[in-house]
Design a binder for this molecule. Structure first.
Ligand code: COA
Length: 703
């Protein structure tokens, strides 16, 4: 496997190793030695001598052994020649710590470094990183504070400073690491490469990624889709407010802010997105150590009513289902429940409960096969001896930790706080805040559901791609980056999108005949390349119900357009079927700068930009995913039918989403395609694509 030797090198050279303790090259050698690395370490320094009691080599070529990893920590201007020397030596992986390349605008040197490495079959981690820690070989090749404890969590981080700070955090939060990798500028190795290794690494039970910018987003998405079926991945991404570069080109573009697309694609890939570093840590620690729930039914045990209600609300928000079979609940807690308590879930033992009652109730949940996870909440009372209580939790956790998920949330004064610290230090999932406890259990449920999902069904759809390519080629040959209405109509016909019927009339007679053929009411629109804003020029007439109205409109449109643009060449007047009112939606697809082809569905109409009620997915999608996009919307109830209205034709909507997603995937020269509005009728009555706009990419070399 390609990354194996990066994580499990047999020998490491440190180029720029130094005997001066204030230098990064010293800290790296020191950390490698202190972490108990099992392979050989070779410090490289032009002066030779000794570094931390190891003989230093003046030249890499002097070493006889094979070197799998060379860590490079020398000034930027010397890196390229060091890379060439590594190539000559047959090094497999370079870990380039040095800063001062693409992140400060020097793309060229970085490109040459990558090229030189590729010529020698080497892979590069970095540059601009703090290094790599790998528990598989007990290797801490970072300049961090050292003392990393091995454990089940892998961290991949794009931020160096945050990554180094995370080392300290893992110690205070008692999170052990299987790996910690800094990816920096991602000149070569990126998250997808590392995930492939970590997915197979048995030590790694959960992965945390901190991402700032995505490169090769479509590969990352494919890899994440696979990995999350095997182990949970939690992502924190900064830069939430960035907007896509094509923002103004279409609704799809302006709604496809970088974050909206990132968020949707991550969810599609089964990734858990955390709001903060703290949340990510909390989740990942729990996910890495908890058994998966044997079923969906959780039970809350509490000695406080209020906290029980808070937990119930949080369960709803985080998708944790509460067990609801009342006779079973009543029976299970009959011998511990005071008269004024409640065995309904939340099981409320009240402030009267003693530590023993609490322990019995919790044990009852954990023993009962029909109850699958326990949320144990406790508010400090005078009746509980905190120390005895902590001991009780320890015992219960030790007995059931491998069988069912448990989360504890304790609330109280200093004694409780100190108990929380102690219990956490022992790796027991105790939280000071009920929301943290529930959100961790929710994350576990989401991860477990994902792990049970089968592989994505292959999506295949036959589209007349050659015919569509021909239409696009025509527009390109004419030097355009957009399709004219008749060309768009041809594409719509090839896709089988129901567009309103339309005829181009070049005379009044033709207009009258066209209206009769199409059937009243009709709409009339001027067709002229000289008139861009048709409505402003009086070039549109709506809801024409009779021959007389068509005749009037025909003459009025010509007159007012010529008054607006006196020498306009009018090709004719388009007579179009008037679309009956329905629910207006929007379906778009585009080439996203990070993730490649993506598809969007949203509620349309004039407020689309304000409501931003849209869902994105990486394209292509199948019907199930398209239907999930529809049900993701806040306004989904409108499509289900409100106030006695009929359910709308959701299958027909999904059909359009599927088609556009396949088209954008197979015709990469389409930059952006949008049906707006797509009017949706009652179930079985289909949709009408009122307008279809297609933008194509500039041919190369044209700006
Ligand atoms: N091969 C081997 N050793 C070399 C060398 C070469 N081609 N060129 C120089 N060296 C030696 C130097 O002699 C020096 O050893 P010495 O202390 O015995 O004199 C050592 O390598 C380091 O070189 P120096 O010039 O002292 O550089 P430095 O240690 O001040 O800085 C970096 C080097 C890489 C740390 C610095 O350029 C840098 O990029 N810092 C930022 C790192 C960073 O923040 N990364 C991102 C973190 S998220």
């Amino acid at each position: 496997m390609e990354m194996k030797l990066l994580f499990e090198p047999r020998a490491v050279a440190v180029i720029g190793a130094s005997a001066s303790p204030e230098k990064i090259g010293f800290r790296i050698v020191e950390n490698i030695l202190r972490s108990g690395y099992r392979g050989c370490v070779f410090p490289i320094n032009p002066r030779g001598g000794e570094i931390l009691k190891l003989p230093a080599y003046a030249d890499l070529a002097d070493i006889e052994e094979e070197i799998d990893v060379a860590v490079i920590a020398i000034p930027a201007e010397r890196v390229l020649s060091a890379v060439a020397a590594c190539g000559a030596k047959g090094v497999k992986h370079l870990v380039i710590i040095t800063s001062g390349f693409s992140e400060v605008g020097d793309l060229e040197t970085e490109r040459r470094i990558v090229q030189s490495a590729r010529e020698h079959g080497m892979r590069i981690l970095g540059p601009n990183i703090f290094g790599i820690y790998s528990a598989a070989s007990s290797l801490d090749a970072t300049f961090g504070p050292g003392g990393i404890a091995p454990g089940p969590v892998a961290i991949i981080t794009q931020s160096g400073a945050l990554g180094i700070a995370m080392i300290g955090k893992t110690a205070t939060e008692s999170v052990g690491l299987s790996a910690l990798v800094s990816v920096g500028n991602k000149a070569d190795i990126d998250e997808a490469d590392l995930l492939e290794y970590l997915a197979d690494d048995e030590r790694t039970r959960a992965i945390l990624m901190y991402i700032e910018g995505v490169k090769n987003g479509d590969r990352l998405a494919r890899t994440l889709s696979e990995v999350t079926r095997r182990k949970p991945v939690v992502v924190i991404k900064s830069g939430r407010s960035k907007r896509g570069s094509m923002a103004a080109a279409s609704h799809t573009g302006s709604l496809a802010g970088a974050d909206e697309v990132f968020d949707s694609v991550m969810r599609q890939c089964g990734v858990l997105r955390a709001e903060s570093v703290q949340e990510a840590f909390t989740w990942v620690r729990y996910l890495a150590t908890s058994p998966r729930p044997p079923g969906e039914e959780a039970v809350i045990v509490t000695n406080g009513g209020g906290i029980g209600v808070m937990a119930t609300d949080a369960c709803e928000k985080h998708g944790v289902r509460l067990y609801d079979d009342q006779p079973v609940l009543a029976e299970a807690f009959s011998d511990v429940m005071p008269d004024f308590g409640s065995s309904k879930n939340p099981v409320d033992l009240t402030g009267q409960a003693k530590a023993e009652d609490y322990g019995k109730a919790l044990t009852a949940v954990l023993k009962e096969d029909r109850m699958h996870a326990a949320l144990a909440l406790y508010c400090e009372t005078a009746l509980f001896d905190t120390e005895r209580f902590a001991g009780l939790l320890r015992e219960i956790y030790a007995s059931y930790r491998d069988r069912k998920p448990i989360v504890f949330s304790l609330f109280g004064g200093e004694r409780i706080e100190s108990a929380i610290r102690d219990l956490r230090g022992e790796g027991i999932p105790v939280f000071g805040d009920v929301y943290e406890a529930v959100s961790s259990l929710g994350a576990l449920y989401r991860a477990a559901r994902r792990e049970q999902e089968g592989p994505d069904a292959a999506v295949a759809l036959n589209l007349p791609i050659d015919e569509i390519h021909r239409v696009l080629a025509g527009a390109r040959a004419a030097g355009r980056t957009f399709l004219l209405a008749p060309e768009a109509a041809q594409v719509a016909a090839h896709l089988g999108l129901g567009m309103p019927r339309s005829v181009l009339a070049r005379s009044l007679d033709e207009a009258v005949r066209a209206a009769a053929d199409i059937g009243y009411p009709v709409v009339m629109k001027v067709v002229s390349k000289d008139i861009v804003h048709k409505s402003d020029a009086g070039g549109v007439a709506l809801d024409l119900e009779s021959e007389a109205e068509v005749i009037d409109a025909y003459q009025a449109i010509r007159r007012s357009c010529l008054a607006h643009v006196p020498d306009a060449v009018i090709d004719g007047i388009e007579v179009v079927e008037m679309v009956c009112p329905g629910v207006e939606t929007i379906v778009g697809a585009r080439q996203d700068p990070s993730f490649g082809p993506v598809v969007m569905f949203g509620l349309g109409g004039v407020y689309v930009e304000v409501m931003k009620d849209v869902a994105f997915r990486a394209a292509p999608v199948g019907r199930a995913t398209a239907r999930a996009m529809v049900s993701d919307l806040r306004s989904y109830p409108i499509l289900l039918g409100v106030r006695g209205e009929k359910r709308k034709d959701i299958d027909a909507v999904a059909d359009v989403v599927v088609k556009l997603s396949h088209l954008i995937d197979r015709c990469r020269e389409i930059a952006d395609i949008e049906v707006n509005p797509l009017v949706v009728y009652a179930h079985g009555e289909g949709t009408r694509a009122v307008d279809l706009r297609i933008l194509i990419k500039q041919p190369k070399g044209v700006s």
